[in-house]
Write a new protein. Structure first.
Length: 175
């Protein structure tokens, strides 16, 4: 597993149940609201500052998802919304950055994520993912979705690769 983690150059995420706890609030106008963990967001920023590619592949369609992750360094075109066949979007992300699937860590929690988890270099599930995903995962985070799952795995990879260090001046410039 250590050699696989050393090869990671990109992190790609499902949103609901991975970067959120899966809960969605809805107002009377149908506007959806999600809660994101700030520690997960900081880990995405750390990855961005150290040159890792970042992407989202979500069945959700809310532009608020794109807005949230642009604040973490993610390019708007790397946020795939309304995805119904996640492997297609995963392959597009790979082609776009000339990455092999083995160079990507993918985070998922439910059935639509399994094909990508099986295709990537390391499939990560939060500890509260559905059973089929827990079985398909290469790595199960001790953290649940929306409560540090992304931070746990990103930090693990970056520490293993010697890139988990904060340059405050770079952080101020980029964020």
């Amino acid at each position: 597993m250590e050699e696989r983690l050393k090869a990671i150059k990109a992190f790609v995420f499902d949103v609901d149940g991975v970067l959120t706890d899966g809960g969605i609030l809805c107002n009377l106008d149908g506007e959806l609201f999600r809660t994101f963990d700030s520690k997960d967001g900081f880990a995405l920023r750390m990855a961005y500052m150290h040159g890792y590619r970042l992407g989202v592949i979500s069945g959700g369609r809310s532009e608020s998802i794109r807005k949230r992750f642009s604040q973490c360094g993610m390019k708007p075109e790397d946020v795939y919304l309304g995805s119904r066949d996640k492997i297609e979007d995963f392959e597009d992300f790979c082609r776009k950055y000339d990455l092999g699937p083995e160079e990507i860590m993918y985070f998922g929690d439910d059935l639509p994520d399994i094909p990508v988890m099986q295709a990537c270099g390391c499939g990560v599930a939060p500890c509260d993912a559905v059973d089929d995903v827990l079985e398909a995962a290469d790595l199960v985070s001790p953290k649940p979705g929306g409560k540090g799952c992304a931070r746990h795995a990103i930090e693990l990879v970056m520490k293993l690769q010697g890139t988990w260090d904060l340059d405050v001046q770079d952080y101020k410039r980029k964020f």
